[in-house]
Structure formats: structure tokens, C-alpha cells
Design a binder for this molecule. Structure first.
Ligand SMILES: [Zn+2]
Ligand SMILES: [Zn+2]
Length: 108
């Protein structure tokens, strides 16, 4: 313990060695310039720490997205299947109805 507080301006950015430090990351205790820090949850963190703290959240979002996409795909297939099913039913019933209609007309 020297007792003398080190001024922020004497510190250099951990990534940009030539730039003066603007903030200190509370996670890794390194000094960073203004460009290298971002406010996150009311704390000023460096990009590396934000990345380290966020993967879980990002993973959840990606999983949710794939889930939604999977649901859309499934519902899309179901809708397509229903359309083709009813189209098939329609095609099966229509010709016979036509034939019956023409048959009746021919008989008359
Ligand atoms: Zn950090
Ligand atoms: Zn920097």
C-alpha cells in the first residue's frame, strides 16, 4: 500500500496502449479507454467482460429463436399437409361428382 492514489490519466488502455484510460473495468480491474468500455447493468465494463458475462443470455436467445423457427417449420408442414390432404379429398370427390352430374344429364 503506497497510499498514493494512481490517477486515471496516468493509466493506459489495456488494448490501446497509446490511449489514456477513461475507466476501470470492475470485473477484470484493467484500465480501458472510452471506446473499449460499455455501460452494462449500470456498470462500466470492458468489451471482453461483457462478452464473458453475456454468452448464457445470448445462447438462450438463440435457442428460443431456433425453437420458434422449429415451431414455424412444424406448423408450416402441418398446414401444407392439411392443404394437400383436403386438396386430395377435393380431387377425389370432385371428379365423381362431375361424372355423376354428367351421367345424370346424359340419362335425361
Ligand atoms: Zn473487464
Ligand atoms: Zn481502448
Amino acid at each position: 500500500m503506497s497510499g498514493q492514489p494512481v490517477q486515471l490519466t496516468q493509466r493506459r488502455c489495456f488494448i490501446h496502449q497509446r490511449r489514456e484510460a477513461a475507466a476501470r473495468c470492475p470485473e477484470c480491474n484493467r484500465y480501458f479507454c472510452r471506446e473499449c468500455v460499455t455501460e452494462h447493468d449500470e456498470r462500466v465494463l470492458c468489451a471482453g467482460c461483457i462478452k464473458r458475462l453475456q454468452p448464457r443470455r445470448r445462447f438462450d436467445r438463440r435457442r428460443l429463436g431456433s425453437l420458434v423457427r422449429g415451431f414455424q417449420l412444424t406448423s408450416g408442414i402441418v398446414v401444407l399437409w392439411l392443404v394437400f390432404y383436403y386438396l386430395g379429398q377435393l380431387l377425389l370427390t370432385l371428379p365423381s361428382a362431375f361424372h355423376e352430374g354428367t351421367l345424370w344429364r346424359d340419362l335425361w
